[in-house]
Design a protein around this ligand. Structure first.
Ligand SMILES: Nc1nc2c(c(=O)[nH]1)N[C@H]1C(S)=C(S)[C@@H](COP(=O)(O)O)O[C@H]1N2
Ligand SMILES: [Mo]
Length: 161
């Protein structure tokens, strides 16, 4: 291919990739509208703040972000009832391959006041790179196995029959 041809191809690839560039989080699986959310998208959503302590008696910090249930609501999980209520779950996936599940009923404000926060800030600052840009904060869980660091994707799935 000629130099000019390569340049055109390169430009075309850049244009094609542009919508994904700002993507911080993808939401897919059994949702009406798969989402690809940027930092700005998350900033524009209803913001929640919670004070929570690190595991094993660490000092508390103020986390800010968006409720995971709100993100799923926007992706269109619909009203939770019947078999979906009892078997649907969100699989939260991290950059290092770490994964954790939450039943949708744990995330739906019609069911519970439990907060599962998709945090993008701590004590007024963006999360450190080894933790963020997004981290789950589950304030009422004493052990932090589900406080997933570096969240990349959430997929809605269903327990098999
Ligand atoms: N991406 C990712 N998130 C993770 C883990 C991990 O290995 N990878 N470990 C989990 C476990 S078992 C714990 S106890 C907490 C520890 O969080 P900390 O490093 O902020 O103390 O992160 C959780 N989130
Ligand atoms: Mo842990």
């Amino acid at each position: 291919m000629t130099r000019a041809g390569l340049a055109v191809l390169g430009a075309a690839l850049l244009v094609a990739a542009a919508p994904l560039q700002g993507a911080m989080l993808t939401v897919g699986g059994e949702v009406a509208t798969p989402l690809s959310l940027s930092a700005d998208d998350l900033r524009a959503m209803p913001r929640r703040t919670v004070r929570a302590a690190a595991e094993h008696g660490g000092s508390p910090a103020t986390y800010e972000g968006v409720a995971l249930g709100e993100v799923l609501r926007r992706a269109g999980t619909g009203e939770l009832r019947g078999r979906r209520l009892t078997t649907a779950y969100a699989l939260v996936e991290a950059a290092d391959g770490y994964r954790a599940v939450f039943a949708l009923a744990e995330l739906d404000s019609a069911f519970t006041d439990k907060l599962v926060l998709l945090a993008d800030r701590v004590d007024g600052k963006p999360l450190p790179a080894d933790v963020g840009p997004l981290r789950l904060v589950v304030p009422d869980e004493k052990r932090h196995g589900r406080w997933v660091r570096q969240v990349k994707a959430v997929r809605v799935l269903r327990a098999p029959d």
